[in-house]
Design a protein. Structure first.
Length: 310
């Protein structure tokens, strides 16, 4: 991975242009054994493969990592395995967000002890807290450790957006330095980028090019399981002002985005994609998710071939 493209020791101050969590992070699946137990050997191998392919960040125990169905102890084991495997070559970010401020703080502190480089904190879900409650929740988490924090704004899952004025207030906290943006409102994201030093990361692969063109510093990608190198090229193209090249890459990857992100749930198809590539031993997921069907895998194989990723 060229040094001129990625700087793993990027400033975490939230200064404009800083990329505190790398440029191409993968929201990594959690490999399981056939019986549904953790596959820690497979976890380390997958992280190494993603970094070899071009990722300079790995997010563990996010939604794609099936965080709702892994225990706190399992999250700790997964994080430690990834830090040991790639922590010297990539930023390792621990998903710690829950709908319970105290529990999230405890997970954040455990992640710091396990060696995480940063925290991903999703908007508390199900409770639908008001904006002042969101502000207090996020500042409490950011104050619980010494680690930089990436807020995860995904109202389609949480039920509540982090509104612009709340993000502007949160940006004043020294350790709140970034946003994983899956709100689907590019104008709102542009306004926050214009008014703060928050580093924006696209959290929606369909909008990677759009957000990068509006000033995002990178992506936190599910499709990056099979296209980390291509997204690295897209970031490089945007950095150099080569929008035609970035658009070419975006259009080439449309079938992969369609195949992984639109046919069924993303974690299901991301596991199927890395199984197709022989990186993990199976596509086992935990209930209430179900594995991709053979028909879905066949369609995915065709999608990846169309994108030049087979």
């Amino acid at each position: 991975m060229p040094d001129e493209l990625f700087t793993l020791a990027a400033a975490t101050s939230g200064a404009p242009g800083a990329a505190p969590f790398g440029r191409v992070s993968v929201a990594m699946v959690t490999p399981f054994l056939d019986d549904g137990g953790l596959d820690l050997e497979g976890t380390a191998a997958l992280a190494e493969k993603l970094v070899d392919d071009g990722a300079d960040g790995i997010v563990v125990s996010g939604t794609t990592g099936e965080s709702p169905t892994t225990s706190d102890a399992e999250k700790d084991l997964v994080l430690r395995a990834v830090v040991e495997a790639v922590g010297s070559r990539a930023r390792v970010v621990a998903g710690v967000g829950t709908y319970d401020t105290r529990h999230t703080s405890e997970l954040a502190q455990a992640a710091q002890k396990a060696g995480a480089h940063g925290l991903l904190v999703v908007t508390p879900y199900y409770s639908r807290p008001p904006q002042e409650a969101l502000y207090q929740h996020f500042t409490a988490i950011a104050s619980a450790t010494d680690l930089p924090v990436m807020l995860y704004d995904i109202p389609v899952r949480s039920g509540v957006p982090i509104k612009t004025e709340t993000l502007v207030r949160l940006a004043e906290h020294d350790r709140i330095v970034a946003v994983k943006d899956a709100k689907g409102d590019v104008f709102a994201s542009s306004e926050v980028m214009a008014r703060t030093g928050l580093a924006y990361y696209s959290g929606d692969d369909a909008l990677n090019l759009a957000l990068l063109a509006h000033g995002a510093v990178g992506v936190v990608s599910v499709v990056g399981h099979v296209a980390a190198g291509e997204y690295a090229q897209m970031v490089r193209a945007i950095d150099s002002g080569d929008l035609p090249r970035a658009l070419e890459l975006h259009r080439r990857l449309i079938p992969a985005v369609r195949g992984i992100m639109t046919r069924t749930q993303g974690a299901i198809m991301a596991k199927a994609a890395v199984e197709l590539r022989g990186v993990i031993r199976n596509r086992t997921v935990r209930s209430p998710l179900i594995p991709a069907t053979d028909e879905q895998v066949a369609l995915l194989r065709a999608d990846l071939a169309e994108a030049g990723l087979a």
